[in-house]
Structures are given as C-alpha cells and as structure tokens.
Design a protein around this ligand. Structure first.
Ligand code: TXA
Ligand code: MG
Length: 330
C-alpha cells in the first residue's frame, strides 16, 4: 500500500537548474519578478500553457504575458516593433513594462486567447533573467495568484495559495516594485496604456509624448487585463478618500471590527493591529511595494470590512488606486 501513497512536496529555493528541469519537462514553476511573482510555463508548449490556465483557474479568454530576457530575443516572437516601442525599450527594459505587439505564428493562439497581438515583457529581476537565459523558450507567466485574488509579492504568498499545485517556487525575495507591469500597445500608431502599472505614465510620456488611456471594461475581454473586479480580498473592501473615510468612521459604532489601509497616517479609534500604513513618508514606490502584502494581512484578520484610503492620483499612485478600485469593485 505504501508505494501507492504519493506525497507532493513543494520546494522553495533559489536553484535555477531545478526550476529549469521542471520547466523543460512541461511543468509549472513560480518565478520572482520585480513586479509580482509569476506562474510560469513554457510559452511555446500548449500543454504547459493549458496547465497555467487550469492551476490559476483563469478563463481562457484572458491572455498571458510572454517573458524573455532580451530585447533582441523579443524579435523571435513579434513581426514588427514600432519606433516608439524601441525608444521606450532603450530606457525602460528590462523593467515593469509590457509591450503588445503583432505576434508571430510560433506563439500559440492559446497564449494570446486568439488575439493577433502578444504581450511581451523582459522582467528586471536577476534570478528571473538568469533562468530565462538558460531556457530555449520564453515563459508565459500570469501573476501567481488564483484568478481574481490579490497578486503575490513573496514566495510565501505563492506557497499559501498555489503550494499544492506546483512543484517549485523560485524564491527571489520580496518584489521591489509590488504592482504589475504597465501594459502599452501601439494599435493604429497611437501609444495606448491598457493597464497602469509599475512604470508611471508620466515616465512614458516623458519619453514618447502623450499616450492614450484605455479605460476598464468588465464586459469586453478584448480590452486587455481589464476585468473590473480583480485583486479582491475575501473581506468586504471599500475605497474612500480620507475625508470621507474619517467622517464614516466617526459615524460607525463597531470600530474594532474594521481594518484600515491608509496612505501615510494611522486613524484614531481603530485598533492599531487592524491598520496598515502604505508609506509614512508618502513615497509612492514604498506604498506600491507594500500594497498587496498589506491587503493580504488585513484580509487575514477576519474583520467585517476593510476600508482603504485613496492615494494621490499621480505617478505610481495611479496604479495603486487602480488596484484599490478593482479590489473594491466586487
Ligand atoms: O508584472 C506583470 O505583468 C506580471 C509579472 C508576472 O510579469 N504579470 C501579470 O500577468 O500581471 P497577468 O496575467 O496577471 O496580467 C496580464 C494582463 C492580463 O490582464 C491580460 O488580459 C493582458 O495582460 N494581456 C496579456 N496578453 C494580452 C494580449 N495579447 N492582448 C491584450 N491583453 C493582454
Ligand atoms: Mg494578474
């Protein structure tokens, strides 16, 4: 009987060769990036790609980002690169920016959900880059969370939710940026941001001039990455500006059953252990780095609700507000 018992052991480590062996074998490995952890598989292997959708419980109409380690290699997967993309790449790659470009047929339709464009990104994380360099194929990798939940920014976050479904997590420490990449496309020659992310729009506009913003839609899967309810904790989640939050708080009797996620300052009357401050100094990059971990911590408290404070809507604050808004949209 004993030989029939298969014990699945999840391994967490920093061994690129181990990760490579699983990936070469068509299996999935969680990988660190500077934005969030990814659930990675061989992007050119349909079975591996199917496994990603299955493990993540992601609908097949929501396409995946293809990761590679150099701008030169990117040309293996796309038919053309507009000048603006090249210019952005010169300054921002490797980094938290994903390019939507016309795909070559080598990229399975499964990866792009049948769309003619493929999303490609070169992550700025030394372990991810070292792994990608040793591979003969690019990696398809969505954020390594169950579909609709908060993205993971540590190996432990991944282990908590997908630990029984994958053999290996490559541990690259806590993610330095903390929100997903900015997604940009160039359809009709117009640079368009489809997801606000780790590279601020201001930085992009400084390099290539004015860009368009494609607003979110929950109904149109062709509008990429834009399912409205996303990043959602299990606890009821509300997004408020600070004045409204404080007013509401003064009207609420059950203050000790509330959790508060604020930008710079604690609020009074709510127990401190139920509060997280994103950045006491008001730094957007610090706030982004803490965002998802703090949302998870507050979600684990079992409070009746989490009230989050909107941050100023500039710079990385726009990506932070976008995640908070979508967490609240359920
Ligand atoms: O920072 C990131 O981008 C992380 C790390 C792991 O690289 N990845 C990530 O992947 O956030 P994911 O799958 O959670 O979000 C990617 C978004 C999806 O919402 C998807 O709709 C959009 O990118 N996307 C991917 N391929 C697309 C395509 N061909 N056309 C339009 N949108 C696409
Ligand atoms: Mg995601």
């Amino acid at each position: 009987m004993l030989q029939n018992i298969i014990i699945k052991v999840l391994m967490i480590g920093q061994d690129i060769q181990t990760a490579k062996q699983y990936l070469d074998n068509g299996q999935l490995v969680a990988i660190p990036t500077e934005t969030v952890y990814g659930l990675a598989g061989n992007a050119l292997n349909e079975k591996a790609v199917l496994a990603i959708f299955k493990v993540k419980q992601r609908p097949s109409f929501d396409p995946l980002i293809v990761h590679t380690d150099s701008w030169d290699k990117l040309h293996q997967f796309v038919t053309e690169v507009p000048e603006q993309a090249t210019l952005l790449a010169q300054h921002l790659v490797p980094g938290a920016i994903t390019f939507l470009l016309p795909k070559k047929s080598i990229v399975p339709d499964l990866v792009t959900s049948g769309l003619p464009l493929v999303a490609v990104r070169i992550p700025a994380h030394p372990l991810a880059l070292a792994l990608l360099k040793t591979l003969a194929y690019p990696l398809a990798a969505p954020s390594a969370n169950p579909f609709g939940y908060i993205s993971p920014t540590t190996a432990q976050h991944v282990a908590q939710q997908l630990g029984d479904k994958i053999p290996y997590i490559l541990d690259g420490g806590a993610c330095q940026i903390g929100v997903e990449s900015t997604i940009i496309g160039f359809e009709g020659g117009v640079p368009t941001i489809y997801r606000k992310g780790g590279i601020a729009i201001e930085v992009i506009e400084n390099l290539i001039g004015k860009v368009q913003l494609q607003e979110h839609s929950s109904s149109n899967p062709k509008a990429p990455g834009q399912l409205k309810s996303h990043y959602a904790p299990h606890t009821a989640f509300e997004l408020l500006d600070r004045a409204t939050l404080l007013k509401k708080l003064s009207d609420t009797p059950h203050k000790n059953k509330l959790a508060i996620l604020s930008f710079q300052d604690y609020v009074s009357a709510v127990p401190l252990e139920n509060q997280r401050v994103l950045s006491p100094t008001g730094s957007f990059s610090e706030a982004a780095r803490h965002l998802f971990a703090y949302m998870r911590e507050l979600d684990a408290l079992g409070c009746e609700a989490i009230w989050a404070e909107q941050v100023p809507d500039v710079d990385l604050g726009r990506a932070i507000n976008d995640r908070l808004r979508r967490a609240a949209a359920r």
